[in-house]
Design a protein around this ligand. Structure first.
Ligand code: ZN
Ligand code: MN
Length: 475
């Protein structure tokens, strides 16, 4: 790919976390029996009129604020006309010009450096229903999803490769989930993405012909589809061919993209403002309230964790991936006064237990108070890091007091030098060759000897103290 630069832009559809649909009061929840959540509006019966869901406007505006967009005081819904069996109106009600939000950006962390990716626009639109193929030898239409509220986030063509695009989508996902704008459930289609991909000779700044890959529904597929498409276009250009503007599909089984149809342009859709809905007006006072109630966002929060608690950037990133995790960390750090130990326990133990059980730290039996108690026990030498690791799963599942648990099971660390000296002497007597080797300069043997002492004391010795004693005795 040395001769070419990839130019990638994403269009991300996120389902808004509202109770009801965008233009009617049918429930928007996923998973009901087919056609149980349908009324005359979302089935497009003649004469039925839409009414805009105010909560959807609020969520779309919040997404815009979080992505540093201008939120327009005035925006319009238009009809985007096309025919498909699961689209009963014969058009999608979407925002064309002006959309609710424009001109934002997101700073994305890729490979250790920050890239600013422009956000062209965010608009609201309704989702289509679903065709279910094959049952009773026919294709059936389920309209439960028809009319559920979406936002479409359109990026500038600022992304320079597959990995960067996947990182951008991940960060959009975590931001939207963090703010409660979407549930982010990708298996249920709450976040889907189309990718526009083109190549141009390095050094060129103009845009070249692009292809659009439709409906990518996982981070992995975004990355693989774009990577494949880049290779395909490169091979085509190297052969002296031209890239044809078209819409392509990603075949996740074969890991390739395939042509689907000629790419349509905006004018093909015959957009026009819908006569059924008044303009969307956002008052300044309302916008101010939404802006002020926006919580601290993950990226600034991660930066604050690094600066005020001294966490490593990777730790801070993991601990701010969602709000309950970040809140849990701050509570335990405040209770214990030991932010570094708390971070280490969370990253090394708690998050793993949580993801194994599919729960959030907020729902764990082990509260921030219990975790901070554990951090204290390690700090004052009562428990070693290793003992804490051994008993962590039990503590996590039961929510028991770490101090009481450790006492009952005799998991108290031996920090008494007199008591440990006997064990150290015994180990040196059992392993004269290794002791001699260490004295000759094979310093790596020290960890072997420490390990022997730990074994002898069934893991209860204070490793730092064992280290110290061994070094002393070995001169
Ligand atoms: Zn309805
Ligand atoms: Mn769309």
């Amino acid at each position: 790919m040395a001769a070419y630069e990839a130019v990638v832009g994403l269009e991300i559809h996120a389902r808004l976390l509202t109770e009801s649909k965008l233009f009617c009061s049918c429930p928007a929840a996923f998973g009901a029996e087919p056609n149980e959540q349908v009324c005359e509006v979302c089935a497009a019966l003649p004469g039925a009129l839409p009414r805009l869901n105010g909560r959807a406007v609020e969520l779309a505006a919040r997404a815009g604020l979080a992505l540093q967009c201008r939120v327009n005081a005035f925006s319009l819904f238009s009809r985007k006309n096309y025919f498909y069996p699961d689209l009963p109106n014969g058009y999608q009600t979407s925002q064309y010009a002006p959309p609710i939000c424009e001109h934002g950006h997101l700073d994305v962390l890729v490979g250790g450096s920050v890239r600013r990716i422009g956000i062209t626009r965010i608009h609201m639109e309704d989702d289509a229903g679903k065709c279910v193929h094959g049952q009773y030898g026919a294709t059936l239409v389920d309209l439960n999803r028809a009319g559920t509220p979406l936002i479409e986030i359109v990026s500038e063509p600022d992304l320079r490769g597959a990995e960067e695009a996947a990182a951008f989508m991940r960060q959009i996902h975590s931001l939207l989930v963090y703010l409660g704008i979407t549930d982010g459930n990708m298996e249920e289609g709450s976040l889907r993405c189309d990718a526009n991909v083109s190549l141009r000779p390095r050094g060129m700044t103009a845009l070249t012909t692009r292809t659009e890959i439709k409906n990518l529904n996982s981070f992995r597929n975004v990355q693989r589809a774009i990577a494949y498409e880049m290779e395909r276009q490169e091979a085509c250009l190297e052969d002296g061919g031209v890239v044809v503007q078209e819409t392509r599909l990603f075949d996740a089984v074969r890991q390739i993209t395939l042509p689907m149809r000629d790419k349509e342009d905006a004018h093909d859709y015959r957009y026009f403002p819908t006569p059924d809905l008044p303009p969307v007006l956002v008052r300044e006072e309302q916008l101010r309230q939404w802006r002020e109630s926006l919580p601290e966002l993950p990226v600034p929060r991660a930066r604050r964790f690094v600066e005020s608690y001294g966490l490593a950037p990777e730790e801070a990133g993991l601990l701010t991936a969602d709000r309950p995790t970040a809140d849990y960390f701050e509570e335990a750090a405040a209770l214990s006064g030991l932010p570094l130990r708390v971070a280490r326990l969370m990253v090394g133990e708690l998050l793993r237990e949580c993801s194994a059980r599919g729960i959030s730290p907020a729902g764990a039996a082990m509260t921030p108070a219990r975790l901070s108690e554990l951090a204290r026990l390690i700090e004052d030498g009562t428990l070693s890091q290793r003992m804490a690791h051994e008993i962590f799963a039990d503590l996590f599942a039961s929510g028991a007091s770490p101090a009481a648990y450790a006492r009952e099971r005799n998991h108290i660390q031996v920090s008494d030098a007199g008591e440990l000296e006997a064990a150290v002497d015994a180990v040196l007597a059992d392993h004269p060759a290794e002791a001699e080797g260490y004295r000759q300069g094979k310093t790596k043997l020290l960890s072997f000897l420490v390990g022997q002492v730990m074994r002898r004391t069934r893991g209860q010795a204070n490793p730092a103290l064992v280290n110290h004693l061994l070094r002393n005795k070995l001169g």
